[in-house]
Design a protein around this ligand. Sequence first.
Ligand SMILES: Cc1cc2nc3c(=O)[nH]c(=O)nc-3n(C[C@H](O)[C@H](O)[C@H](O)COP(=O)(O)O)c2cc1C
Ligand code: SF4
Length: 460
Amino acid sequence: MAKHEVFQFETLEELKSKILQLNVNMALSEDVSSLAKPVKVGNRTAPNAIAILPMEGCDSELDGSPSELVERRYTRLASGGAGLIWWEACAVVNEGRANSLQMMLTNKNIGKFSKLIKAVNKKAEEEKGDRPVHVLQLTHSGRYSRPEGHTPQPLIPQHDPILDPRVGIEEDAPVLSDSYLESLVEQYVHSAKLAIEAGFDGVDIKACHRYLLSELLASHTREGKYGGSFENRSRLLKEIIIEIHKALGAGPIIASRFNVFDAHPYPYGFGQDKEDFMVFDPTEPMQLVRMICDNGVNLLSNSAGNPYYIYPQVTRPFDKSSMGIPVPEEHPLESIARLFDFTRKIQKEAGDIPVVGNGYTWLRQFLPYAGAANLEDGSCRFVGLGRASFAYPDAPRDILRGNGMDSKKCCIACSKCTQIMRDHGRTGCVIRDSKVYAPLFKEYRAAAEARESANTKRKE
Ligand SMILES: Cc1cc2nc3c(=O)[nH]c(=O)nc-3n(C[C@H](O)[C@H](O)[C@H](O)COP(=O)(O)O)c2cc1C
Ligand code: SF4
């Protein structure tokens, strides 16, 4: 692995020469026309191959319905011209919310979601004559549940000696029962039906970033029907997919965003070598892809890592980390190449089922060239933008019009949006959307520091 460096490329040639020097597997294509081609997903067609990845703003209303900030975010994204908008994490039960303002779709607030989807589509049609495909991400935050206030209320499928102390879990704390896990199937189905009724084209059963379904995939030490063997660890995800498929029929999109690689030691992680947790072992991830596709999933997005732990570069390569995170022992281009490689392998296994690739944002104005190369050689069917969409929501429009991306609007991978999340605030781009988010960043940082110092005094 090479030394970590911040982004410093003025020209495509400089980027190319760094790629060569590091010998990473990353192609660049200056012909970006592949990004403009429509992509079939189930029986829908996305008007182009640029996808917005789920990016949680932690800014819904207390009842989970869209706030003004949520409306603003999705309206900006829709007018930005992406072909697929993969909406952020939306909790299926209140106790599984990652924060008190996490999105949640209920019988009571469905009307507000329908209204927003209609407004967003109208905006997209006015701007470019077509509308994006909308997928809603359904989640249960498991270990990272914090449905109210600032105190974690973790719901764990297994104990983990590395992660337990980080959210104050005692050694004898109970793990979630099989009957609680079984009861979630109905909750996922209920949320999926509401999402389709509200106007979404499909739902994603989220199994990434070590939230509940993701940690279950790694629950080697759990006893009973949801732990131990691969069949058991993937059982709940499979049951949810099957029941959603039965309930929704063949029309809507059923997607899954899942962790391919946890970068977390065995027996607590998924997708890595038992001896070296930084080495990928594709055996079970490929089994997982076959299982979910065989059971009716028709759109995939792979991710990796645990954004709450000390290797967040595995999920999102960065220049600067959020507080308390060490400088990674690898170059961001190596982290990106690893994400591209995962997508390539998953797309190969998934055949005709489209996979949304990720890890592009750090490449800034050069990301369309990497995306186009990956589309051209079949490494993915969509190029997904995460932080780039917070910073530069109309990037797809600039790319598709052939104008290229404006370097002054690009995300600089500074992790300030993540820092807001860690400080329990409503998040967005602190740098490129600074009027809204720079004051919020300061406010939440100050509040978090005050909480930390009160906690330290209490302990003394
Ligand atoms: C502030 C923030 C919020 C995020 N919210 C979600 C989310 O709700 N669901 C999800 O699957 N991933 C979420 N992610 C991860 C992104 O979708 C994406 O995988 C990651 O940022 C890497 O892509 P990028 O390099 O384009 O940013 C979030 C990331 C950030 C920084
Ligand atoms: S705050 Fe803005 S520039 Fe910084 S990482 Fe987040 S989206 Fe990118």
